[in-house]
Design a protein around this ligand. Structure first.
Ligand code: VAH
Length: 316
């Protein structure tokens, strides 16, 4: 049977990752072959670049109708409640993060979709995981609802692959930094806010302490990692839970210094809040040797390259 023409549905397309992933998928598959969807309004950066539908991933019947009506062959599910927001509303975070994934996996099974993408996070690791170069497989005891839901979701992905042959793939994203769209209520959001505040106020009051090292990644690297994983031949994929990937690790003090190299009179103050406890439960750096071996993953951005690019683009 001839391969069906690829038609992608992006759920959560107006979010921090969704906007850039939708634009990148439209470059690869053609604008009209990527349907963007979200509960929220269409992000201005998506307007005029391709079809947009309002979608609630919790409404499985409506989602199923859209998949059939639009001849969807792949789903990228980005809708989720992140770590900090999740701690304010644990039940909603668990329900949305888990039921949303199960709805997509079940429709993928029933409609024999070509591929599914679903992001996990380094938030699956907990205080008992190794802090430095945290391995792909190790002690994993998440202590946030977000981390629990992401780790449980990884096993559901693995189950649907082994039991039903659903080609679902996943990446444990570090904290992601971007200038095109706002972050979505995570613990690493400081590393995004700091750039706009540096340009507007020449100062930033950080909600994490100055030496809080966390695994981070610039969005262009995260988008490229996602497409490289999704475009890799299935027989190269040895991990069907979720891949560790690594970009860089830095602390608020270090990102502040990288900004001062461009804005000398930029100053920082520190007022740790409840997110400090979440950050302290995560590893400081990630070992991504399995992703490198299986599908050639290599980051391209380090802190100084990212800061230069962020400031240049935010100034435009
Ligand atoms: C969060 N940005 O802070 C997300 C990410 C590793 C952190 O998963 O919740």
């Amino acid at each position: 049977m001839p391969a069906r023409k690829d038609k992608i549905l992006v759920i959560g397309a107006s979010g921090q990752i969704g906007v850039e992933l939708t634009l990148a998928l439209r470059k690869q598959y053609g604008n009209n072959n990527v349907v963007a969807s979200d509960l929220r309004e269409e992000n201005p950066l998506l307007k005029g670049t391709g079809p947009y539908v309002s979608m609630d991933v919790m409404n499985k019947e409506m989602l199923h109708v859209q998949v059939i009506r639009q001849n969807i062959t792949q789903i990228y599910l980005l809708a989720a409640i992140l770590s900090a927001t999740g701690e304010k509303n644990p039940n909603l975070a668990w329900h949305l993060n888990m039921q949303g994934l199960l709805n997509v996996l079940d429709i993928a099974r029933e409609e024999k979709l070509h591929k599914v993408y679903w992001p996990s996070s380094i938030a699956v690791f907990g205080p008992t995981s190794p802090k430095q170069l945290c391995p792909q497989q190790t002690v994993i005891e998440p202590t946030t609802v977000y981390g629990i839901s992401k780790y449980a979701g990884e096993f559901w992905c693995n189950y649907y692959f082994n039991r039903y042959g659903v080609d679902v793939r996943s990446i444990r994203y570090p904290g992601l930094i971007s200038y095109k769209s706002a972050p979505g209520g995570g613990t690493t959001d400081y590393a995004v806010e700091i750039y706009t505040e540096a340009l507007e106020q020449k100062k930033y009051n950080c909600f994490l302490s100055e030496d809080t090292y966390l695994p981070m990644m610039y969005m262009p690297d995260a988008i490229r990692a996602t497409l490289e994983l999704m475009n890799a031949p299935a027989d190269q994929i040895s991990v069907r839970t979720s891949y560790n990937v690594s970009g860089m690790s830095f602390s608020p003090k270090e990102i502040g210094a990288s900004i001062q190299a461009h804005i000398p009179d930029f100053t920082m103050t520190y007022k740790p809040d409840s997110r400090q406890q979440i950050a302290d439960s995560w590893p400081q750096s990630i070992d991504d040797s399995v992703a490198n071996k299986d599908w050639g993953w290599k980051p391209q951005y380090d802190l100084s390259l990212m800061t230069k690019d962020m400031l240049e683009n935010l100034r435009k």
